[in-house]
Every structure is written in structure tokens, then in C-alpha cells.
Design a protein around this ligand. Sequence first.
Ligand code: FAD
Length: 471
Amino acid sequence: MPFAPVTDSIVRELCAICGDARVIFGDASRLARYGRDQVPEKHLHVPPEVVVMPGSAAEVQAVMRLANRALVPVTPRGAGSGLSGGAIPVHGGICLSMERMDRILEVDTANLVAVVEPGVVTNRLDEVLKPLGLFFAGYPMSEEVCTLGGNAAHNAGGGRAVKYGVTRRYITGLEVVTPAGELLTLGGKRFKDVTGYDLLGLLVGSEGTLGIFTRITIRLLPRPRYRRSLLVLFDGVQPAIETVPEIVIKGRMVPASIEFMDRISFQEACRSLREGIPYQRAGAAMLLESDGSHEAQVAAEARMMESVCLARGPLDVFAADSEEESGRFWKIRKQIPWTLKTLATHSSIEDIVVPVGAIPAIIGKIQALSSQYAVRIPVFGHAGDGNLHAHPLKDPGQTEAAWYDLIPRLLSDLYRETAALGGTISGEHGIGSKRRGYLRLVMDAGQIELLRKIKNVMDPNGILNPGKIFD
Ligand SMILES: Cc1cc2nc3c(=O)[nH]c(=O)nc-3n(C[C@H](O)[C@H](O)[C@H](O)COP(=O)(O)OP(=O)(O)OC[C@H]3O[C@@H](n4cnc5c(N)ncnc54)[C@H](O)[C@@H]3O)c2cc1C
């Protein structure tokens, strides 16, 4: 569908809805900031024609009514920390930035829920919940920068998803503005609901293409009182990665975290942090964690994970009992995506997911692709969920043209290998604009057609976040 441009009269209407100070227009450098997220591929960045920052659901409704009438595309945006180009306005139009809607409206300790606006930075909710002994367990590892609206739109998962699951499990209610500007209220503070189709489940993870979240109700859990973290260094990838199915499947326990870091990821992150841990010999590292309310059980689970690792002859095992020590291990893990981005002028952060038992096999396939394409592909990620971030890096000797010729072929091969093992192309980052051309590798035509029909019912004019998910 052809879209209309943003005219002066549309800008005037946006100013009338949200206020002049809440509209950015005609300032190329400020607009450019809203034209990117954290995908490293600069050619995917596109600035919006105008940015608008609504302060209420009523203002979002008015913006959507205007855009729907004028056929101007609208791209919702949280913090822009996404890794699939989801918040990039690929067709220009209006960037709907939710940054002003950042209030924590209620922490209802009687019902164990929090009600928030979408622009709340995820970690800010955690700071409020900490003294209450509660937490939102579905948070991603970008918690210091991302927003709860972005988490809901991407159905984010994080370093503890192996035990606690991902965001969808914790969203019990959503207030949503539809592309036509209507207001829907789905769910609420109740934890169970099988009344009709699961619209809440459909909206969470819809990547800003079906509706705009203006209020989110989040289920809270008691914060675990004890946790024990292990950082285990191995001389190679294989012994490290083979611990994953052993802990998850044979161990008959559910650890809080099983994070994998290969040699490049681990060593480069440690180096950039000037870490004192003797990382130079490590060929791979695992960050394992158990948590809970009973100290003895947490300790027993940590011992079990340690014994699985010891059977594979690790180089070193470091254990952390305090928040501070465990924070040090997590700092290394969290540093990896930031460091890898600096290692090459061009790279691609991937997000494949396979059944846990297939983790060693997919690592072998990635190593084979690395040799075949003569490209370094560091790998790290949430191995306990089978979710790995392979990160191909352009070789300095390679021309830009050679890289752009190579990367689609490499990704197609990676995704085909992933699918052949029962996996798929994104576990948490989403399809966005970055992966839309590859959806058909993992979904049959009938499924894609059904997704399109759903999109069409919700957004007949196709104005909400076009150019995402579908080719
Ligand atoms: C270093 C790093 C680590 C990361 N680790 C993780 C991780 O562990 N797990 C994980 O899942 N992700 C991770 N991410 C990716 C990213 O942080 C998450 O996808 C996050 O949920 C995006 O939130 P955001 O506020 O930045 O959303 P944005 O990037 O601004 O937007 C993401 C999508 O949500 C839509 N959207 C935003 N707000 C709304 C709204 N109110 N209503 C409807 N749609 C909306 C946008 O249109 C877009 O499609 C990481 C990113 C980085 C840079």
C-alpha cells in the first residue's frame, strides 16, 4: 500500500495533539537518532519524517486516528535497544516515541502485580520492587536501557528465562491503542483467563505491528533470597557446551541461568573490562546460577552443576555467594554484545534457538560455517533455552561489497541448519525489518498467510509499523 508523506498540516495537527515541544520535525540530526536501534547494520537505519512523544493513551489515540485517516505510517518506539530493526521507521512517517509515558502507576502487593506505562525503563521497576522483596522475572539483559513496552512488544527473555520463562508469562493485562485509534483493554490483574481467544498472548510479541501498548499489568514474583553463581572456564567449546543438556535434561533441576560464552566473546569482554580473572587460556566459559528461597537447596543445585562441569575437566571454577561477586560475573556476560560490536566495522547479531539437546550440534554447524565462509563467528547466549547469539564479524581484509554479498548467504545457511535441528531464527530479538526476508525459511506459506490475515484484520490500512515481520 502506498503511504502518504508527512505534510506541514499533519505536523500542525500533531503539535495540536501533543504540544509543539513534543514534536521533532525538520531537524535532521535529532530525527536520525530515532532512525536506528542497536542493529549494527547501518544500511538498515532510516530516519522518520517526524517524531511525536505522546503523554497519554488519549494522545496516542488521536495520533493514530490522524495517521490512519492520512495513510501515514507509524512506528512505535521504546528505548531503541532492539536488535532486529523493529523500531526503525523503514517507510519514514511518524515515529511514536513512548519515552514520556514512563510512570509506574501502581505496585499492588496484595495482588502481586505492577501497573506501568510502556516507557518505564525495565531496571527502574526493579529498583522499586527490590525493597519489597519482589521482581519481574521476564526481564531481558538490556534491562538498564530497554523499556517495558519494548519488552512486551518483543516478548523479551533474559538470562533467567530457563527457569522463569519470558515476558509473555508475566503480562496479565494490556491497554492497547489499535491502528484505527480505538482503545482496547485486555486481561487485568487476574492470573488465569480462558475467555475466548488469547488476544493478550497474540499482542505480546507482536513487534509493534498490531497495536500500541499504553498500559501494562505485570505479574510479580517473590524475589529469590539466595543465589549462587558459578563461572566455569574450559579449554574448548565442546566440553563447555556439552554441560548444557546434561544439566537441563539429565540433572532434573531447573537452574536460574545457563549462559554460554565462546573464546572470542569471553576473552574480548574480559579484556575490555580489564578483568582480573585469568581469562587468557579459556576456550569457552559457562555462567551458571541457582536461586531460591531455601539456602540448602540453592547450594545443592550449585553443587550438582559444578559436578557436571568438573567431570569435563574445566580449567577453573569460580563460585560467587554475594550479590557483588555474582554481579562481577554478569558484568562480563553483559559486556559481550557491546564489545563484539567494536571488533569489526560490519557485523550481524543473530538470535537462533534450537531444542536444548541440539545445542552441541548447532555449535558444530556454526564452526563449520565459520570455516566455509572464512568469517569469525563468536557465539554466546542463553544456552539453557537453546538460544544462541552467533555474531558474524567482517574481516578487515574483506571489502564492504564482499561482506554484503556474503552475509545473506551465510545467514540463509545458518538459518537452514538451525531449522533442520528443529530450531528457528529468533528466540527473543524478533523478526523486525532485519530478518523479514528469511521468515519463509522457517515458516510455511500457510502460516505466513495466516499471520498476514491477522495483521490485516487489526490494521487494514497497514499503517502500523510496516516493513516488519513480512517481506
Ligand atoms: C546489549 C543488549 C542486550 C540485550 N539483551 C537482550 C536479552 O537478554 N533478551 C532480549 O529479549 N532482548 C535483549 N536485547 C534486545 C532489546 O533490548 C529488547 O528487545 C528490548 O525488549 C527492546 O526494548 P526497547 O524499549 O529498546 O524497544 P525498541 O527497540 O524501542 O522497540 C522494540 C519493538 O517494540 C515495539 N514497541 C516499543 N514500544 C512499544 C509499545 N509501547 N507498544 C507497541 N510496540 C512497541 C517497537 O515498534 C519495536 O518493534 C538486548 C539488546 C542489547 C543492545
